[in-house]
Write a protein that binds this ligand. Structure first.
Ligand SMILES: *Cc1c(COP(=O)(O)O)cnc(C)c1O
Length: 445
């Protein structure tokens, strides 16, 4: 018998070597010689294949994915609809540059974005390769359309790693340190962070608006840029009323409200977009991550009078809206709809909240459990205080990884564990992941 390569994936977590396994360790050695040390090293489990919520590593371990590659593979890994669409597109053509020779899938993605993003007003879109690129373009468009320059951003914000988006991002280490000089005309104001500021949404909005009006001047502001639920900053969910109050202020003052839905969008929070939970209608929405099931694609979707204020040729890029990424987005959106994953995100949220809140009652290091839908996090503190406890988070993430569960940290203070499971995760897989997480938290307590 000729032995064939095993390509099965399985549906359960199964750890058969110590983690990382010997092949992962060997690959990690090779990496050090040729891959820049500036990239986060994390816990080196090298992946061979994946399906649904299970990753199989190069040693044959079956790993449970509670991170979705940072909220990207929300429809799960190796979804047949996406695999078929991408394979057929690769065979048909991989690139023309939309600005040289256009194709239908780009137009279709923009039709979907216009229909799915909040508000029934006329909208157009432009497609890009990454979230940072989408944010850069949203800012360009807002400045051109308003003839103003100032951009308002928030404490704990994360908008990317390019020069402009570094300036928009709040946290110094590791994103900004010694990478300056940074772009000008960016002003940071306090976020609503209920666990830490105890303010109502209205009071937190009044604090931010007072600062904008006194330190920047409303008529100088092109755009207010905000993550409706902050991602890297620690899954900070602003108090009810914060986003609507800011939205109302931007409308009154001719300021463009840009929602960065790159992490929170595409059903992750139990609605198509996180702003929907509070009925906020942004002027521009930036999307990426969950939009295209792992293919690089990002969108800027906005009011037609803003988007179309730009002169012909003012927007674009060689690869933006690549045809393979566009068909992946169409397959992703169809899968989200057909499998009703918006509802599944809510169910996952109910399960996570029930389990994590009960865990929080048993241990003194969980200060807060927060999020929406399948975007849920625990903030860790020193017992009896609100002082950040990043050491506990390091230990918990490490414990999870060693036991074949991918959980990711975040937070300005590095003290948050975030859960972003694929929305196709089964109840059994989720229960298994929660068992490991509970054991990890107990061992760090
Ligand atoms: C990931 C992320 C970005 C940047 O996206 P990239 O594709 O990594 O450039 C911007 N904003 C938010 C909220 C994100 O989560």
């Amino acid at each position: 018998m000729v032995s064939s390569v095993d390509t099965s994936v399985g549906t359960e977590r199964k750890v058969i070597t110590e983690l990382p396994g010997p092949r992962s360790r060997a690959l990690h050695e090779r990496r050090h010689a040729v891959v820049s040390a500036g990239l986060t090293q994390g816990f080196p489990i090298y992946i061979d294949r994946a399906e649904g919520a299970i990753l199989v590593d190069v040693d044959g371990n079956q790993i449970l994915d509670l991170g979705s590659g940072i909220a990207v593979t929300s429809i799960g890994h190796a979804v047949p609809e996406l695999v078929d669409a991408v394979s057929a597109q690769v065979a048909a053509f991989t690139h023309t540059c939309f600005m040289v020779n256009p194709y239908e899938s780009y137009v279709e993605v923009c039709e979907e974005l216009a229909a799915l993003t909040p508000g029934s007003h006329a909208k157009t879109s432009a497609l890009f390769n990454s979230g940072a690129e989408a944010i850069e373009n949203a800012v360009k468009i807002a400045r051109l359309a308003t003839g103003r320059q100032a951009i308002i951003v928030f404490d704990h914000a994360y908008h990317g790693r390019t020069n402009l988006t570094m300036a928009l991002t709040a946290k110094n280490m590791p994103y900004k340190d010694r990478f300056g000089p940074f772009a000008p005309e960016i002003y940071r104001v306090p976020m609503s962070y209920p666990f830490r500021d105890g303010l109502s949404g209205a009071d937190a909005a009044a604090r931010a608006i007072r600062m904008i009006e006194t330190e920047v001047g409303a008529k100088n502001v092109a755009a207010l840029l905000i993550e409706p639920i902050q991602g890297e900053g620690g899954f900070v969910v602003p108090a009810d009323g914060f986003l609507p109050a800011l939205s109302e202020w931007t409308t009154t003052n001719g300021v463009v409200f840009i929602a960065d839905e790159i992490q929170s969008g595409f059903c992750r929070t139990g609605d198509w977009f996180a702003v929907n939970h509070e009925g906020v209608i942004p002027d521009i929405v930036a999307t990426a991550k969950g939009l295209a099931g792992g293919m690089p694609l990002a969108g800027v979707t906005g009011r037609v009078e803003l988007m179309n204020a730009v002169h012909e040729g003012g927007l674009g890029g060689t690869y933006g809206g690549n045809p393979v990424a566009c068909v992946a987005a169409l397959a992703t959106i169809k899968t989200l709809r057909d499998r009703n994953l918006v509802e599944r995100a809510r169910e996952i949220g109910d399960i996570l909240f029930a389990n994590l809140r009960s865990l929080a009652q048993d241990v003194a290091i969980i200060g807060d459990v927060r999020g929406r839908g399948a975007m849920v996090a625990m903030e860790f503190v020193q017992p009896g205080t609100k002082d950040p406890n990043p050491a506990a988070v390091k230990a918990i993430v490490n414990y999870c990884n060693q036991n074949g569960v991918i959980a990711i940290s975040c937070g300005t203070y590095g003290n948050v564990v975030r859960l972003l499971p694929p929305l196709v995760i089964t109840d059994a897989q989720l229960a298994d992941g929660l068992d490991v997480l509970r054991a990890a938290v107990r061992s760090a307590s």
